[in-house]
Design a protein around this ligand. Structure first.
Ligand code: ASP
Ligand code: MG
Length: 440
């Protein structure tokens, strides 16, 4: 079996939904089709929740009505027969009645998560109705029947696997299954989600749960690119990446793939393919365990980084200093991205500033603390960068004009990370793009 996941833009227009139908019926392989909400819907639902959180029911109502209108136009373009349209009207009515009822009851976080789930429920139901209209045999598989997270919001892969296998065993002869990305049940059995962009994660978890042959992530770009196309003129898709390289790029800014979606595939050794719905025969990017090629393959940049330096003469010749420093971050559940040390100081970076005040206060016990905001991590990813002669020199050559705040090299053979002020990011990415890749 394979997994085919389609993102918001791939289902965001009626004609795109028809294309998805074409893509899932191109071969007769068994498949689970995972859909996101129509593009813009989850943002709109977040907006409705925000308005309700501020007790602004008027604004919430306005936003619900605007979204409702969008769906009322959408289904008429999507479906042609009276039967299918009647079904769609019922689906839309049910979900918007739900949103309107919420306006009347008191708002809380659990209800907010219910609101956020409406997007994927609507997209999958409308798509399923389209398949019915076109006589494409398919099974509707509600994600809330098998996707679950534990009390730490971690997916319960074993449970998911057991449940989905039982469900699938009821349909030995069916070939196409439609389910929702993003949504799940939590340990209180409430509707919850896998965080923004989490449909990729759903796809990879389901792939791992059923030991799928491949997880295909269909978007509107032909794979992961070697650099950020919004910043540099020329980029190209990368044909092959290892799980480690892909994880590094996804985490450090490549928007095409949710970073968490790598580990389930990696753990169960399931290839992930990034494919383009607009160009279905393009090779895209294949991510497998295989480490291939040598040298730099791609760059990614992550903004909104804060660097913290702790300087202390007590660090000199002392042991246990780093543990104490790290414990402060652990206490505030703040993860660290980059670390560099000297004998008298350690610098590290974080992107979550929720507890920065407390963290700085506690770190001051161990030394002088300096904080630099508005930093960017540029992560240079490839295979055996460390073993490739001259690759670091080449990287540094491209960056002669920019002050580097931190350099992290040797943490893995796949990556060199640099920290610089965000104002140098675009120029640095361009310079690296020209210097590290062959363009003809
Ligand atoms: N619809 C959700 C979001 O916009 C999940 C996803 O599309 O991956 O974040
Ligand atoms: Mg996405």
């Amino acid at each position: 079996m394979k997994i085919m996941k389609f993102g918001g833009t791939s289902v965001g227009k009626p004609e795109r939904m028809h294309q998805v139908k074409d893509l899932i019926t191109r071969d007769s392989q068994k498949k689970i089709v995972v859909l996101s909400a129509l593009s813009g819907t989850t943002n709109a639902l977040v907006g409705i929740g925000d308005a309700l959180a501020e007790a602004n029911k008027e604004l919430a109502k306005e936003r619900i009505d605007a979204l409702h209108k969008h769906y009322l136009t959408f289904y008429k373009e999507l479906l042609k027969t009276d039967g299918a349209r009647t079904k769609a009207e019922k689906i839309i009515k049910e979900h918007f009645e739900f949103l309107n009822i919420i306006l009347k009851i008191s708002f809380n976080e659990a209800i907010n998560r219910d609101i956020l789930a409406q997007g994927e429920l609507l997209s999958t139901k409308l798509f399923y109705t389209l398949l019915q209209e076109l006589d494409v045999p398919a099974v509707f598989l509600p994600a809330l029947d098998f996707m679950s997270i534990d009390e730490n919001n971690e997916p319960e892969l074993h449970k998911i696997s057991e449940k989905i296998k039982v469900i699938l065993s009821n349909y030995p002869d069916d070939r196409i299954f439609i389910t929702q990305g993003y949504i799940c049940k939590n340990h209180r059995n409430e509707v919850d989600n896998l965080k923004r962009g989490g449909s990729d994660y759903s796809a990879s978890l389901i792939g791992a749960a059923i030991s799928a042959e491949v997880v295909e992530i269909w978007t509107d770009i032909d794979g992961m690119h070697n650099n950020d196309p919004r910043v540099v003129d020329k980029t190209r898709p990368i044909a092959q990446l290892s799980f480690d390289e892909a994880a590094e790029l996804a985490y450090f800014g490549a928007k095409i793939l949710h970073p968490a979606s790598i580990w389930p595939a990696q753990q169960y050794n399931i290839p992930v393919k990034l494919l383009n719905t607009m160009e279905p025969d393009a090779a895209g990017t294949t991510i497998t365990a295989k480490e291939q090629g040598a040298g730099v393959k791609a760059l990614a940049a992550k903004d909104g980084i804060t660097a913290i330096k702790i300087k202390s003469s007590r660090m000199l010749l002392a042991y246990g200093f780093l543990r104490k420093v790290f414990e402060v971050f652990e206490k505030y559940k703040t993860s660290i991205d980059m670390i560099t040390t000297s004998e008298v100081a350690v610098s590290l970076t974080i992107d979550d500033l929720s507890h920065i005040k407390e963290i700085v206060k506690e770190l001051e016990v161990y030394g002088t603390v300096e904080v630099d905001n508005n930093q960017t991590i540029i992560s240079i990813v490839g295979n055996m960068i460390a073993e490739s002669k001259g690759s670091v020199a080449q990287i540094m050559n491209c960056l002669q004009d920019y002050p580097l705040r931190m350099v992290s090299y040797g943490g893995s053979r796949h990556n060199v990370s640099l920290l610089l002020d965000a104002k140098y990011k675009n120029d640095a990415l361009r310079s690296l793009n020209n210097g590290l890749f062959e363009w003809n």
